[in-house]
Design a protein around this ligand. Sequence first.
Ligand code: SME
Length: 140
Amino acid sequence: SLRIKTARDMLNQFCKYISENNPKYNWVGVYVLRKNKLILESYVGKPTIHEEISIGEGLCSQAIVQNNIVNEPDVTSNSKYLACSVETKSELVVPVRANGSPVGEIDIDSDSPRAFTKEDEKFVSQLSELISNQVKILSD
Ligand code: SME
């Protein structure tokens, strides 16, 4: 439908915009929670094998289960981390909520260790509110 197509186009533009404006954001994606799985709806960066993640796996699931931000300064030290790219050194996962419940998330990888500050957490949290409607449309 036009509604779904528009939501997808908006998420594509969103990923493009934030990756282009933040040089340390080397991979930017939006996962949508659908039938207890995280589906990669849109991304900018290298292709990943993790286009679908079952709840329970990885830092991406942790952000959903805890309904909270995951800011991992050193992915190599975290045994829960699911690797996408060997270049990735740190990761920030921010839930996207609708009426307080997670409907998806913004996932950002950096090739630099300790890339994400409290400011990044705040910035990406604010952005997550902007895409709440789009992510909700594409989730269950
Ligand atoms: N690293 C994530 C998997 C997704 S890729 O970073 C794009 C995780 O640990 O869940």
